[in-house]
Design a protein around this ligand. Structure first.
Ligand code: GLN
Ligand code: ZN
Length: 757
């Protein structure tokens, strides 16, 4: 058996790409400097993949910002508002990714959405009726040639035609099918070019095939490939799927004239059944995703060999593969110097997964696999008993009953009581929690970590920042204040550090979007609250102002979704364990005089199963109750907020209402406020703060722009239910943009308020 991977992380072991890009954005280095870093990362990645013995090494998995955005540029699907700025190629690309505000114009970024059920985000291509899809870029070819120069004939990876058309947003009256012919023609050109360059294999990523497909979708998919494949020449085509199984189109997929099919045996609940029931086409190569590309635990060779031996009954040409791109795991354990060996030996990041693939290959060619050292070592590791159990927590979770998930009195009564208590003006203004994490804040935290700044000095520093933040918010005139979250590196890691059962990494960065990376903590044992987590900061902050101060917590579903989860207990069990701990914190805040508590569920939508039929049972049936449990014990006059970001939640809008929060704030500006119609249609009960401007972009929204957003909201949402806020936390922004943006926000809300009276 041979080996391959679907893609490798591109940020660099120490996030070199992030730092170089940010320098470039700040004008500190030239494009050539950024390109140099990018080339070094690519070369390094090639080198280690080659060294590991991987048989098919991907190329074009590199991106300056996002692979879908790259594909949009490759296919000429770039809105004119970017191309007409008159910027360089690279800057036009970054303008689409991040928005642009400067001498050449003022444009917003493309919308950004979560990549299937991951915490990666892609840029949504916009296709207008006038868009002409055609091959317009050279990047995949250049990267193929670049690798060839250092002696590696790679397997280029490109987002497939079907997935591209499904991910795009159509601005006019034309739909995906109307672009099928042009798109297919562009992919034919891609194949022809690769054929000329001497590529042997090309991988088209088609994760959209694991979603529910209508008969129209299947038709579109088949018709695209029937048009493309006659032009493949000498290139062999792999259609690569991941994040699930292809139950809706397995037979159509097998019927295509492709040379390889990539299937996910890790997350695809039905993948093995599909192969068993339908067989696998004899002339094709099966790229078997058996090494989990999303989690950091070592592969269990015994289980993997079981799958592989089952597959061998159906295919004599199997390539051992990861379940998805390794983009979703950190680069290397080599830089985890602090993690104890007794834990670390259970971990495998991208580089270690390469080694696992090599070991699996070695084991499968051996005459007695179970006798190999690699196999023996692996089984010994997996048979060690797991530490970190907590009987008390397990018992509490087991004893939860229906009424533990219900907050009383019911919503309308609470709303009345709270209006009376807070007496906020119409369209109350607030922010989502964090304020800019300036260089000063980061360097103080680093110094504290390194022991150069004492606990006392660090706490003093945080208090000073909180005081400044409150003074600033009072000056700006916001109604409900926040303490600014300066004590937090990250909204999940911070809580993980205060919880028993979590493990931490130092350099386990995973790309979230563009230059933003996250460092998910690891759920190791049963979770419990070791100590109060936020109380002292919120109480201190509240002592400095008469305005209400929102306590700020991360919810159980988000904490779990943004961690690397255990695989030995269910997600439901882990979520409820975390809910227990967060509930203790909520009650502690309330007991200490905090009257508004926000429990962020930024990532609630993220792990919603990709197929509708799995939504309830596999997810919502425990995720919504876990959130409800967190706040079901507070008094009626305590106001519970929640916040969710960049997602489409139209389809679970009732479940969101059912979380039974008093107020929800969410991203709306990047999606053109389309969510408002959904709220109206569903008679949404929770008070809402649809974000009035996009904080992911450095541009400053004008007062009028915000005013227009408020007016649009007013048309659909009763005034007394409406809040005015940015669409997410401000930690990634600088004060230069934040202060004027918030001033404009407050003036816009005041104007709207006056006009309403
Ligand atoms: N309260 C968090 C913040 O303001 C929420 C972040 C998020 O939604 N991603 O940073
Ligand atoms: Zn957010």
């Amino acid at each position: 058996m041979k080996t391959t991977i679907i893609g490798y992380p591109r940020i660099g072991n120490l996030r070199e790409l992030k730092f170089a890009s940010e320098k470039y954005f700040r004008g500190e280095i030239m494009a050539s400097g950024l390109e140099k870093t990018a080339r070094e990362i690519r070369n390094y990645n090639l080198e280690i993949q080659k060294k590991s013995g991987l048989d098919f090494i991907p190329s074009n998995d590199f991106s300056y910002y996002d692979g879908v955005l790259d594909t949009a540029f490759l296919l000429n699907a770039v809105p004119e508002r970017y191309t007409s700025l008159g910027l360089s190629k690279l800057d036009t690309y970054f303008a689409a990714a991040r928005g642009y505000q400067g001498e050449n114009g003022d444009v917003k970024a493309l919308a950004m959405k979560k990549w299937y059920n991951t915490n990666y985000h892609y840029m949504v291509p916009e296709i207008e009726d006038s868009t002409e899809i055609k091959l317009a870029g050279t990047k995949p070819f250049e990267l193929f040639s670049e690798a060839l120069e250092v002696g590696v004939k790679t397997k280029p990876v490109i987002v497939g035609a079907y997935t591209f058309l499904k991910l795009a947003r159509y601005k006019g009256s034309k739909m995906a099918v109307d672009f099928a012919e042009q798109t297919a023609a562009a992919y034919c050109e891609i194949l022809k070019k690769f054929s000329r360059l001497g590529a042997e294999w090309i991988q088209f990523d088609e994760p959209s095939l694991v979603k529910d497909m209508t008969s129209e979708d299947i038709k579109l998919f088949v018709s695209l490939y029937e048009r493309i494949l006659p032009h493949k020449g000498s290139v062999k085509v792999i259609v690569q799927t991941y994040f699930g199984d292809v139950r809706d189109c397995y037979n159509e997929l097998c019927g295509l004239d492709i040379d390889g099919i990539g299937l996910d045996f890790t997350e695809g609940k039905k993948t093995i059944e599909l192969v068993k029931a339908n067989g696998f086409p004899e002339e094709k190569t099966l790229f078997a995703g058996v090494v989990n590309g999303k989690n950091i635990w070592r592969n269990n060779y015994a289980s993997t060999l079981l799958i592989l031996s089952e597959l061998e009954k159906h295919s004599h040409d199997i390539v051992i593969n990861t379940s998805c791109s390794l983009l979703h795991v950190p680069c290397t354990l080599a830089n985890e110097t602090k993690l104890e060996e007794r834990y670390k030996k259970h971990f495998a990041y991208a580089e270690e997964k390469l080694a696992e693939l090599a070991e699996l290959k070695k084991i499968t060619v051996s005459h007695s696999p179970a006798e190999t050292d690699e196999y023996r070592r692996n089984s010994a590791l997996h048979s060690e008993p797991r530490t970190g159990g907590n009987e008390v927590v397990r018992k509490k979770v087991a004893e939860l009953t229906e009424k533990d998930f219900v907050r009383l009195p019911e919503f309308t009564e609470r709303e009345r009581i709270q209006k009376e208590r807070f007496r906020l003006p119409l369209f109350p203004t607030t922010t989502i929690g964090s304020f800019p994490q300036t260089a000063e804040v980061k360097s103080a935290r680093n110094a504290h970590r390194k022991g150069e700044l004492s606990d006392g000095d660090y706490e003093f520093f945080i208090e000073k920042k909180i005081a400044e933040c409150i003074a600033l918010q009072e000056e700006i005139g916001l109604d409900v204040l926040v303490h600014g979250e300066f004590e937090r590196n990250d909204m999940v890691e911070y809580f993980g550090e205060c919880l028993d059962g979590y493990l931490f990494t130092e350099k386990a960065w995973v790309q979230s979007y563009g230059t933003r990376c996250v460092k998910p903590p690891v759920v190791w044992g049963d979770i419990s609250r070791a100590k109060p987590m936020t109380v002292r900061w919120s109480v201190y902050a509240q002592s400095l102002t008469d305005k209400p101060m929102k306590g700020m917590l991360t919810g159980p579903v988000t904490i779990l979704n943004w961690s690397f989860p255990r695989e030995d207990i269910s997600l439901r069990e882990s979520a409820l364990q975390i809910a227990l701990a967060i509930r203790e914190e909520v009650l502690d805040l309330e007991a200490n005089g905090i009257s508004i508590i926000q429990v962020d569920e930024a990532a609630l939508r993220e792990k919603l199963p990709l197929r509708r039929s799995d939504w309830r049972e596999d997810y919502l049936d425990w995720a919504i109750p876990a959130f409800r449990y967190v706040h079901s014990g507070v008094k009626p006059e305590t106001q519970i907020h929640t916040h969710m970001c960049y997602s489409e939640f139209a389809d679970i809008i009732r479940d969101i209402d059912d979380m039974d929060a008093d107020v929800i704030t969410f991203e709306a500006s990047r999606s053109d406020l389309t969510i408002l119609d959904v709220l109206k249609e569903n008679n949404f009960r929770t008070e809402v703060g649809p974000g009035v401007y996009d904080i992911h972009s450095p541009r400053v929204p004008s007062k009028d722009e915000i005013k227009t957003a408020i007016e649009r909201m007013r048309e659909r949402i009763p005034a007394e239910k409406l809040w005015v806020n940015p669409d997410c936390g401000l930690k990634t922004r600088g004060n230069e943009e934040t202060v004027p943006s918030l001033k404009n926000l407050v003036s816009a809300a005041k104007e709207a308020r006056n006009e309403n009276c």
